[in-house]
Design a protein around this ligand. Sequence first.
Ligand SMILES: Nc1ncnc2c1ncn2[C@@H]1O[C@H](COP(=O)(O)OP(=O)(O)O)[C@@H](O)[C@H]1O
Ligand SMILES: [Mg+2]
Length: 248
Amino acid sequence: MSDQEYVRIENVSKTFYVKNNRIDALKDINLTIAKDEIVSIVGASGCGKSTLLRLICGLEREYEGALSINGHKLNGPSRGVGVVFQEHRLLPWLTVEQNIYLAVNHLPKSEKKELVAKYLELVDLPGTENFFPHQLSGGMAQRVAIARALVSNPRILLLDEPLGALDALTRKNMQKEILQIWEKDKITMIMVTHDIDEAIFLGSRVIVMTSRPGTIKRDITVPPSMAKDYTDPEFIRLRNEIYHEFSL
Ligand SMILES: Nc1ncnc2c1ncn2[C@@H]1O[C@H](COP(=O)(O)OP(=O)(O)O)[C@@H](O)[C@H]1O
Ligand SMILES: [Mg+2]
């Protein structure tokens, strides 16, 4: 299996049944993602973005079509896939360190301690081991959630609107940090967002989805030479192009 097709999604459809209602959440999704690529997925609320991520991390086992990672058909939840959600989901009665330990519980304590220090450093929060979640700002808590997702050394990191609850300035800083983490700790990332700027800033490609049923409308490559600058004319042109896809 080539690294170009590290994540392979073929003709995937997902239907939910709620009482007598049929909800076509995803229809005929075809998508391949290369190893160590960051792909952004944008689309309106309810278009099936979270459902697609749940399929990729093996949480949703009933679907049509085929899904594979590194040539292996997906078969249930995988240790090799880390997930970060919009809410940090840290346990409030545990410290930062104890929350991260949960992801690597099987390792000896000394090794766990070392890993926690390494990943807190990576997300720019050194020395916060003994803080409790309520003592962290929203951005800090979300960085801990990212550290917790990365500590088990996943092959793929799925991010489901992880910055959605943050204020605009923190959000912009976190976008830069995610990009830095990706540069330091090369990993395949799939980032769901409804923020077009964020999608362009982070992604090497931006996948635009339609709603009901969720399908892929466009797969837009972000020119690698393009400046990661929201005011750059090429950035603005791409933003307008993607915005236009939404408004049609
Ligand atoms: N467990 C579920 N049971 C029934 N319907 C669901 C379930 N999960 C998602 N859906 C429906 O599938 C559609 C896509 O949802 P979701 O993937 O959460 O969208 P998004 O993340 O893009 O906002 C929505 O119509 C939602 O109501
Ligand atoms: Mg969602």
